[in-house]
Write a protein that binds this ligand. Structure first.
Ligand code: PLP
Length: 399
């Protein structure tokens, strides 16, 4: 016997992974340069050289048993303090080591947070379409229900009226993601303030604290001088799920954290529940070498300016061909309207031009595709001919 639910999850890849695997196969057939693979959010810029230098220093100067040994289950206190100090310096907060739980990336941060908050009589997590597809897996695999607020076109900000109607006495938390995968939208402060006011009112109405789970792997990737508001400042009942996968280009190293805001009245109990969930799920003692690295590199980032250049190239190129796109303020995804109602048919036509675009149906937003531009600028330039052919096929008029 085995779990049918887990079997189903393990047997079907996500649409992104499916396309990524197709891309590898196709490149082997016709050559790397002939395929325009916009499928996956794997950072295209290397980690800064300080990451390599620091790793070498740690490996050569520190005791191997300490470098590779277990840390405390929630992460080394010195590492957590270094992160808290860095956040306090950047955001004017007053966190301590014990507000932080080290994890294997944002996926683990989210899974632990969901597990820690869910109860028998409150199991609904609300998110906004378009949303990162794995939220459904993380919530449903723990017995919860993912409630999706329909997309708010054309700006894809938070639809407060629609959200209000979906909050019930069973609502545990609202999951937000800004800068957003896949829309590239960054919620401005005003939107976060309005969300906070609504959740505060609803929490009072139902006599239950509705939390925000803020999923922030793209926090540092914002353009044109914009920044993502630091959510704990606007809503005390906040957990932040962070990862160094994108900001430091370390997705394979699996390192991140959960921040439990010390502005929550019961934060010590919530933190204990986070520790319990980490223990129950086996997510204890995040990779110790990379914990040590983060302690010395808290706040460092890769050269993220490449993504702004790619954004301009792609957005400018595609809109001038006649495609309709959401202007991304952050992350490294462009959200583009399909030229026919059937998203899969549009993606299949794009594939004929060797353009690998992710249909947004699983993001809760049919009629759009996600184009990951964490690729070389050269590939974006070369792909324009294929996009022009696709545009011509649909009779789009260049602008
Ligand atoms: N949340 C969002 C919105 C993401 O885009 C990703 C990864 O692409 C994750 C979470 C998972 O991040 P990690 O690789 O750190 O687990």
């Amino acid at each position: 016997m085995y779990s049918l639910q887990m079997h189903k999850l393990g047997s079907c890849r996500s649409v992104i992974r499916e396309l990524f695997e197709y891309g590898k196969k196709r490149k082997a057939e016709i050559g790397d340069d002939a395929v325009f693979d916009f499928s996956i959010g794997n950072p295209s810029v290397p980690s800064p050289s300080s990451v390599r230098d620091t790793l070498i220093k740690i490996l050569t100067e520190e005791e191997p048993t300490a470098v590779h040994g277990y840390t405390s289950a929630q992460g080394d206190p010195a590492v957590r303090k270094a992160i808290a100090d860095n956040l306090n310096q950047r955001f004017g907060t007053d966190f301590e080591a014990d507000n932080l739980y080290m994890t294997c990336g944002a996926a683990a941060s989210l899974t632990i947070s969901i597990r820690a908050l869910i109860t028998e009589d409150a199991d609904e997590f609300i998110t906004f379409a378009p949303f990162f597809t794995e939220y459904r897996v993380f919530v449903e695999s723990q017995g919860g229900k993912l409630v999706v607020v329909p997309p708010k076109e054309p700006d894809f900000h938070i639809d407060l009226k629609a959200l209000e109607k979906l909050i019930t006495p069973r609502t545990v938390a609202v999951i937000i993601n800004s800068p957003n995968n896949p829309s590239g939208v960054v919620y401005p402060e005003e939107v976060i303030r309005e969300l906070a006011a609504l959740l505060q009112a609803k929490s009072e109405e139902y006599g239950r604290k509705i939390r925000i789970i803020s999923d922030e792997p793209y926090r540092e990737i914002c353009y044109d001088g914009k920044t993502a508001p630091f959510v704990t400042k606007f809503y005390p009942e906040t957990l932040i799920c962070y990862s160094y996968s994108k900001s430091l280009s370390l997705p394979g190293e699996r390192i991140g954290y959960i921040l439990v805001s010390n502005r929550m009245q019961d934060w010590k109990d919530v933190y204990a529940a986070i520790c319990g969930a980490g223990r129950a799920l086996g997510f204890i003692c995040a990779p110790s070498l990379f914990q040590k690295l983060i302690a010395r590199q808290a706040g460092a980032t890769a050269d993220l300016s490449v993504y702004a250049r790619n954004r301009d190239l792609l957005y400018g190129g595609l809109t001038s061909l006649g495609f309709t796109c959401v202007y991304p303020d952050g992350a490294f995804y462009l959200f583009m309207k399909t030229c026919e109602a059937d998203t899969s048919a549009f993606c299949a036509k794009a594939r004929k031009h060797e353009l690998l675009l992710v249909p947004a149906d699983d993001f809760g937003c049919p009629g759009y595709v996600r184009i990951a531009y964490c690729v070389s600028s050269d590939m974006i330039s070369r792909s324009m001919k294929a996009f022009a052919e696709l545009a011509a096929e649909y009779g789009l008029s260049p602008r």
